[in-house]
Design a protein around this ligand. Structure first.
Ligand SMILES: O=C(O)c1ccccc1N[C@@H]1O[C@H](COP(=O)(O)O)[C@@H](O)[C@H]1O
Length: 207
């Protein structure tokens, strides 16, 4: 199971995320309580091993600005968490994770409009466009077709429910932000527990 830990804001936490065995680390450049400046991420990314993919999260930013920040900050992958069109996704010079809100089975149809590396499925959200800590009905994902491969499941995951989520939705990967925090800050013991729970499912399900 592939694991992404999102909303990292400092080098110490980033190193702990890499040491936990996570496959992707996310930095939020969009408006959020977890927003981080490109100058900060530029100092963090060279300290991380090449094995962990550095993901920049953007909401309704222009492709030119995203490409500029990605090159400057040393990103590998771009996560688009707003109303970006399929054309805008194709203007990104990096592999794209396109996030979509899932309320009902019909929402899955939207995923195949995008020619992107990964589709991330999330709860419709709260104050910001993501990171709300709320989950949706994972059973909906059982109605996806083979066109919907490389699904990353997000929204309200935490160490206590990630195994059930994986069993139900059988995603390519899982993504978490709020669920590995205590009092709004990343909590290394929760990050380690989340990665351990998700990777254990890997072995049990042989996926
Ligand atoms: O984490 C944020 O603050 C954020 C802000 C704006 C867009 C996306 C954001 N994070 C993404 O939101 C989902 C779900 O997060 P949570 O686990 O429910 O808190 C996840 O994909 C994050 O990458």
């Amino acid at each position: 199971m592939n694991v992404k830990i999102c909303g990292v804001q400092d080098k110490e936490t980033a190193l702990a995320v890499a040491a936990s065995g996570a496959d992707f680390i996310g930095f939020v450049f969009a408006e959020s309580s977890r927003q981080v400046e490109p100058e900060v991420v530029k100092e963090i990314t060279p300290a991380l091993p090449g094995t962990i993919k550095k993901v920049g999260v953007f909401v309704n930013e222009s492709p030119d600005e995203i490409n500029r920040i990605a090159a400057y900050a040393g990103l590998d992958i771009i996560q688009l968490h707003g109303d970006e069109t399929p054309t805008e996704c194709e203007q990104i010079d990096y592999p794209v994770i396109k996030a979509s809100s899932i309320r009902e089975p019909h929402d899955l149809e939207r995923l195949s409009m995008y020619n992107v590396a990964y589709s991330l499925v999330d709860h419709p959200g709260g104050k910001y466009r993501g990171g709300s800590g709320q989950s949706f009905d994972w059973q909906i994902l059982n109605q996806r077709t083979s066109r919907h491969s490389q699904i990353i499941l997000a929204g309200g995951l935490h160490p206590g429910n990630v195994q059930e989520a994986i069993k139900t939705a059988k995603p390519f990967g899982v993504d978490v932000s709020s669920g590995v925090e205590t009092d709004g800050r990343k909590d290394v013991s929760k990050i380690q527990a989340f990665v351990m729970q998700a990777k254990t499912m890997n072995k049990e399900m042989k996926i």
